[in-house]
Ligand binder design. Structure first.
Ligand code: 9UX
Length: 72
């Protein structure tokens, strides 16, 4: 079972920011595919909800010094 979430990501100013976040999300247990887009300031994450939830993903992003919220 895989779910997909789209996040708005705040605070990214360069391409290193987005690749940093993308790398961390992809290392997170339960994440099968994460891509972060600097231009649209967003992230798209496919994950297994029995292993990780959206708040875990947001926490990861916040620990790097950025912010994120679920896109509505
Ligand atoms: Mo470059 Mo992006 O220092 O934070 S990685 S602006």
């Amino acid at each position: 079972l895989t779910e997909k979430v789209d996040l708005d990501v705040f605070g990214m100013t360069c391409a290193a920011c987005s690749s940093r976040i993308e790398k961390v999300l992809n290392k997170q247990e339960g994440v099968s595919e994460a891509s972060v887009n600097l231009t649209t300031e967003s992230a798209s994450v496919e994950y297994n909800p029995s292993m990780v939830d959206v708040q875990n993903l947001i926490d990861r992003i916040q620990k790097l010094g950025y912010d994120a919220k679920t896109k509505v």
